[in-house]
Design a protein around this ligand. Structure first.
Ligand SMILES: Nc1nc2c(ncn2[C@@H]2O[C@H](COP(=O)(O)OP(=O)(O)OP(=O)(O)O)[C@@H](O)[C@H]2O)c(=O)[nH]1
Ligand SMILES: [Mg+2]
Ligand SMILES: [Zn+2]
Length: 354
C-alpha cells in the first residue's frame, strides 16, 4: 500500500533517516496508552515500545493525536509504535491540576478553528487566550462565530466587527449549522493534506460542523441540557478524520480551562499592537503595569488601545510568568532530588563491606 501523502517536513525527515514510507502512520486517537494509527486506508490498534515509555521525560514525549510515527505491524489489527517524529506544530495547554506540566492537545496542525457561539459563549478575552495558544504552537488561527441562526444578522456582524476591531488581521467566519449559511466559506478554507483542529467550549457546535464536512453523522452531538449528566461534554476524546478532499480535521472536547504555557513570545505575537507600542516606552524592560513613560498605558488613556485588551494582556502575561516560575521550581526540585539520590547511592557504595 502506498502512503505518499506525507507533509513535506515529515517526508524530509523520513528520507534523511532512511525510514521507508511503508513504516509511517499517523495517530488518529489516544485512549490512555492505547492508540489507533492510520496507514493509508487502514486503521491499526497500537501500543508504544517500552523504550518510548522509559525515556519519556514528560507527557509531551508520548504520542498524541496528529503525530506522525514509525511503526511495525504485529498482525492484521495490531502494531507497535517505535518512534514519534519531530512535530512541526503543537497545540498545548497547562495540564489541569498539575503545576508546571503541559498537556498536548494535538500535533502537526496547520490551522485551528476557534469556535465561539453567539450569545454568552462569545468572549474576546477567551479568544485572545486561544490565539496565544495557537501562536505559541506555530498554528494559524481562524475565528468561527457559530449558531448565527440564533441572532439577527446585523448583530452577528457587530460581533465580528468587535473581534476585528480588537484583534487586527484575524480571519473570522460566521456560520450556522442550522441554516448551513457560512459553511461553504469554512469549506473553502480546507486544503488537501492539511490538518485542521476545532477548538472551543463545550456545546458550540464543533462536532456538528465536522459532521457537515464529513457529510454524515459520524460524531455524537448533544446540547448540554439534552445530556443526562449536566455539564458533561459530548465529545470525550480527540479524534482525527479524513475528508473527501483529503484534508484532515481533528475534533476536540470542549475545554473549560486553557492555561497558557511558557512559550517565549506568543503573547507579544497575539497582542502585536501592544508589542508595537512598547517600542516607544521609556524603559526597555517596561512591564506596562505602572512605569513612567509607558507608551502602552498612554495608548489606553487616549483610547487608542482597548482597555479590555490591555487588561487581558497583563493577565495572560502574569499567568505565563507564573507557569514559567513553577516549571523552574519543579526543575530545581527534580535536580535536588537527583543529587540526593546520587549521594545516597555513593554513600551506600562507600559503606559496602569489602
Ligand atoms: N441553533 C443552533 N444549534 C446548533 C448549531 N450547531 C450545533 N448546534 C447544537 O448545539 C449542540 C451542541 O453541538 P455539538 O456539535 O455537540 O457541540 P460541541 O462543540 O461538539 O460540544 P462538545 O463535544 O461537548 O465540546 C447540539 O444540540 C447541536 O445540535 C447551530 O448552528 N445553531
Ligand atoms: Mg463535540
Ligand atoms: Zn510600557
Amino acid at each position: 500500500m502506498n502512503n505518499n501523502n506525507l507533509p513535506v517536513d515529515i517526508a524530509k525527515f523520513a528520507s534523511e533517516n532512511n525510514i521507508p514510507h511503508s513504516e509511517i502512520a499517523r495517530v488518529v486517537t489516544v485512549h490512555k496508552e492505547r492508540y489507533v494509527i492510520q496507514f493509508g486506508n487502514s486503521f491499526l490498534k497500537a501500543e508504544i515500545t517500552g523504550n518510548i515509555r522509559y525515556t519519556a521525560q514528560s507527557s509531551a514525549d508520548f504520542p498524541t493525536v496528529g503525530d506522525w510515527i514509525r511503526f511495525t505491524p504485529m498482525d492484521e489489527e495490531n502494531a507497535i509504535i517505535l518512534e514519534v517524529f519531530p512535530r512541526f506544530s503543537v497545540l498545548e495547554r497547562q495540564a489541569v491540576g498539575k503545576h508546571g506540566e503541559v498537556q498536548l492537545i494535538a500535533a502537526n496542525v496547520d490551522v485551528a478553528f476557534i469556535v465561539q457561539a453567539v450569545g454568552h459563549d462569545f468572549n474576546p478575552n477567551r479568544l485572545e487566550r486561544y490565539l496565544a495558544v495557537c501562536n505559541a504552537g506555530n498554528i494559524k488561527p481562524i475565528m468561527v462565530l457559530s449558531k448565527t441562526d440564533l441572532l439577527p444578522e446585523d448583530e452577528c456582524k457587530d460581533l465580528i466587527n468587535e473581534v476585528k476591531k480588537r484583534i487586527k488581521n484575524i480571519k473570522a467566519i460566521a456560520l450556522s449549522n442550522e441554516t448551513e449559511q457560512g459553511l461553504d466559506v469554512l469549506k473553502a478554507e480546507l486544503e488537501s493534506h492539511k490538518t485542521y483542529c476545532f477548538l472551543g467550549s463545550s456545546g458550540v457546535g464543533k462536532s456538528t460542523i465536522i459532521n457537515h464536512l464529513l457529510n454524515k453523522n459520524v460524531l455524537e452531538t448533544k446540547s448540554i441540557s439534552e445530556s443526562t449528566n449536566k455539564g458533561r461534554h459530548t465529545t470525550s476524546h480527540r479524534e482525527l478524520f479524513l475528508l473527501d478532499n483529503n484534508s484532515i480535521v481533528i475534533d476536540t472536547p470542549g475545554m473549560r480551562e486553557l492555561g497558557i504555557t511558557d512559550s517565549t513570545n506568543a503573547i507579544d505575537v497575539t497582542f502585536d499592537d501592544i508589542a508595537e507600542l512598547a517600542n516607544a516606552c521609556k524603559f526597555n524592560d517596561c512591564t506596562h503595569n505602572n512605569e513612567d513613560g509607558c507608551a502602552v498605558i498612554a495608548a489606553v488613556e487616549s483610547g487608542e488601545l482597548s482597555s479590555e485588551a490591555y487588561e487581558n494582556y497583563l493577565k495572560l502575561k502574569r499567568e505565563q510568568e507564573h507557569f514559567s516560575s513553577t516549571v523552574y521550581e519543579k526543575r530545581q526540585r527534580d535536580k535536588e532530588f537527583g543529587k540526593m539520590i546520587k549521594s545516597v547511592l555513593k554513600e551506600k557504595k562507600r559503606s559496602k563491606p569489602r
